[in-house]
Write a protein that binds this ligand. Structure first.
Ligand code: UDP
Length: 484
């Protein structure tokens, strides 16, 4: 067969956390929809979770499959079955989780040896895949799962270290060199800006291998953050392709509803609840797939939502609240009947966000959630907790101006959070402000709607993300042709 018509084979290797697996699965499907053979590399339990979705994809004609590699949880000191970051319950399990992830290198190399794919797209948390792929002459594309903006901000904090010039965690500093004036405090930086901890060293390794790799895949679209896309390539010298929002690949209700885990609520029940509400009247409240709040904070949220009198859907992760509904104030569910829908554990997020009744999203600013909210054209209440979520908050509130901050100013652990960071009075205030008819809210809604339209266009034929993916696939084709 001539190289022109030879099918490209691409490996996709996500880090085992929902916020990383979900978008990379979408990307694997996106590639397959453009004619590549897509193989997802993952561990046994994660493979089980994605099996149903893959079956649907195969039936719809995509050339997509999975290769399962063993995960040595017990050998690394983890409980049996702990194969995803959302099963991590204590701080000391984190190190062991990364140890088990490191043990995936050898089985991954065996797969490279056996299948010799044309390209590997691997998660930033798997930095050793650059070297593994290089051994076999295979290009590695890095998937970060965050925005251009966040990567530029992180880079300039590292370059200019403005946090070292302030005298307290709450003193404001400006991050130099960026297209916009971005102000931050030390309390919003991971581990309060400490550059000596083990994770900071791991991040260095991630950056070094990124520079050596073929390039970076970004789940974003050019029109959203064009000056940062330029900055990233011109000032930071990275090769990058923006191909998002990848969640838009899910066009049917079933795809939207089954993204990630199985929902804890029947999607029809969820949709008919939303159908009964006025357009733009419902606030969707969710803090992502792994962050946890203590009971005291959850009670404040419940009381703040009730006091706002705004209809809401609130997703609460139950892993620490399993035994009883300790987060609910007395009689809360009865009083909220018809007004507030509480989903315990996992919601069909994109299905909800895309419903016309949803008019706002209170989010922890994980990049997937942020971008899903933007794609749905709704303004946001930003409540960052950990990782690079404070960066995403800055993009939303200072650059795009489509959100209001709930006011949390302190980077926190997602595993064992501090008790209360935002009080019920503030929650009520921001909810009423975002969902109300004030001039600022109207302006944010209009701007969010415009960005939502741009997001949709970006992934349509001829759109900026569509074209960037075409260019990338073309380059990979040429590359694989040259290496034959
Ligand atoms: N998600 C979902 N239902 C939930 C919680 C999360 O579908 O109940 C999805 C959400 O749509 C997003 C991902 O899980 O795609 C979470 O990723 P994000 O980057 O927002 O946050 P993380 O979970 O990594 O903190």
């Amino acid at each position: 067969m001539g190289s022109e018509s030879r099918q490209l084979h691409v490996f996709f290797f996500p880090f085992m956390a929902q916020g990383h697996m979900i978008p990379l699965m979408d990307i694997a499907r996106l590639f397959a929809a453009r004619g590549t053979k897509s193989t997802i590399i993952t561990t046994p339990l994660n493979a089980l979770h994605i099996a149903e979705n893959l079956d649907r994809d195969k039936k719809s004609g995509l050339d997509i499959g999975v290769q399962v590699i063993p995960f040595s949880a017990v050998e690394a000191g983890l409980p049996e079955g702990c194969e995803s970051a959302d099963s991590i319950m204590t701080e000391d399990m984190v190190g062991n989780f990364f140890k088990a992830v490191g043990m995936l290198q050898q089985p991954f190399e065996q797969l490279l040896e056996e299948y010799r794919p044309d390209c590997v797209v691997t998660d930033m948390f798997l930095p050793w895949t650059t070297e593994a792929a290089r051994k076999y002459g295979i290009p590695r594309l890095v998937f970060h799962g965050t925005s251009y903006f966040s990567q530029c901000l992180t880079e300039n904090i590292k370059r200019y270290a403005p946090q070292k010039k302030v005298t307290s965690d709450s003193e404001v500093f400006v991050v130099s060199g960026l297209p916009d004036q971005i102000e931050m405090t030390k309390s919003q930086l991971p581990s309060q800006g400490d550059s000596d901890n083990t994770f900071a060293k791991f991040k260095e390794e991630i950056q070094e291998t990124e520079v050596k790799s073929f390039g970076v895949l970004v789940n974003s679209f050019y029109e959203l953050e064009s000056s940062y896309a330029e900055y990233y390539t011109k000032e930071m010298g990275r090769r990058a392709w923006h191909i998002g929002p990848v969640s838009r690949y899910n066009s049917s209700n079933i795809d939207k509803a089954q993204r990630g885990k199985k929902s804890s609520i029947n999607e029809h029940q969820c949709l008919s609840w939303l159908d009964s509400k006025e357009p733009n009247s419902v606030l969707y409240v969710s803090f992502g797939s792994i962050s946890r709040f203590g009971a005291a904070q959850l009670i404040e949220i419940a009381m703040g939502l009730e006091a706002s009198e705004v209809p809401f859907i609130w997703v609460v992760r139950m892993d620490k609240n399993k035994e009883k509904d300790i987060f609910l104030p007395e009689g809360f569910e009865e009083r909220m009947a018809g007004k507030g829908l509480i989903i315990k554990d996992w919601a069909p997020q994109v299905l909800i966000l895309d419903h016309p009744a949803v008019g706002g999203f209170m989010t922890h600013c994980g990049w997937n959630s942020t971008l899903e909210g933007i794609s749905a054209g709704v303004p946001l209440i930003t409540w960052p907790v950990f990782a690079e979520q404070f960066n995403n908050e800055k993009l939303v509130t200072l650059v795009l101006k489509i959100g209001i901050s709930a006011g949390n100013k302190v980077w926190n652990s997602w595993i064992e959070p501090r008790d209360v960071s935002v009080r019920k009075e503030k929650i009520k205030e921001v909810v009423v402000q975002l969902m109300g008819n004030g001039e600022d809210a109207e302006h944010m809604r209009r701007r969010a709607r415009e960005l939502g339209e741009m997001a949709k266009k970006a992934v349509e034929i001829g759109g900026s993300s569509y074209n960037d993916l075409t260019a990338l696939i073309e380059e990979l084709r040429v590359n694989s042709h040259q290496s034959i």
